[in-house]
Design a protein around this ligand. Structure first.
Ligand code: HEM
Length: 177
């Protein structure tokens, strides 16, 4: 850490972080809600929304990862324990990976089931009888709870820093001098 090491993330990184939070939350809630719905015409709108949000999420997470490599960032915070510090770093990388895998598995499923032309192209073809007939649906369904677990660990750790260690961690992911 030098004199020039910032104390908070770059505003671009802050904006992309909170954008990913909103996008993943929305994609997750819509995904969970529509997965219980029958595969009829009423499902086209939630599918379009979910797929659109999922694709935007993938673009944003890739941009955030690339800009993270280029922009100055604050030093890692320590939880005062080398194991927790290691887990902290690993969870951050895993979050990028699992958001990416979530989107890629969703896109594979949509290609396997011809969704782009049905949902966005107005082809009029019926939706597949059951998405679970396709391997990518299993993957998408397994990655979702893993991502949820990672998010819970991430949020739990952030609150632990803020409230128990009182190291003002939240300020690093917000705007300011
Ligand atoms: C980060 C992005 C994404 C998140 C968080 C997400 C989340 C979810 C969740 C939670 C489910 C329900 C899983 C279950 O209950 O087992 C789901 C289902 C689904 N998702 Fe995604 N998804 C994302 C991206 C995508 C993308 C990019 C596509 C396609 C382009 C897509 C297509 C689908 C489809 C077709 C289903 C199946 C719905 C059903 O079974 O009726 N998802 N998604």
């Amino acid at each position: 850490m030098t004199e020039n090491t910032p104390t908070r993330y770059h505003p671009v990184q802050v904006t992309l972080h909170w954008l990913v939070v909103v996008l993943v939350f929305a994609a997750f809630v819509i995904g969970k809600t529509m997965s219980g719905q029958p595969n009829d015409a009423d499902k086209l709108m939630p599918l379009a929304l979910h797929m659109g949000l999922g694709i935007i999420t993938m673009i944003v997470i890739v941009i955030r990862f690339v800009t993270r490599l280029k922009l100055p960032k604050p030093a890692h915070v320590s939880a005062g324990n080398p194991f927790f510090d290691w887990v902290g770093k690993a969870v951050h990388y895993a979050l990028y990976l699992f958001v990416f895998l979530m989107a890629v598995s969703g896109m594979s499923l949509s290609v396997q089931t011809g969704l782009p032309s049905i949902v966005f192209g107005g082809s009029g073809s019926p939706l597949p009888a059951d998405f679970f007939d396709f391997a990518a649906r299993m993957l998408h369904g397994f990655i979702a709870p893993t991502l949820l677990l990672l998010v819970l660990l991430h949020v739990g750790a952030a609150f632990y820093h803020q409230l128990a260690l009182k190291d003002k961690l939240f300020a690093r992911m917000w705007y300011g001098k």
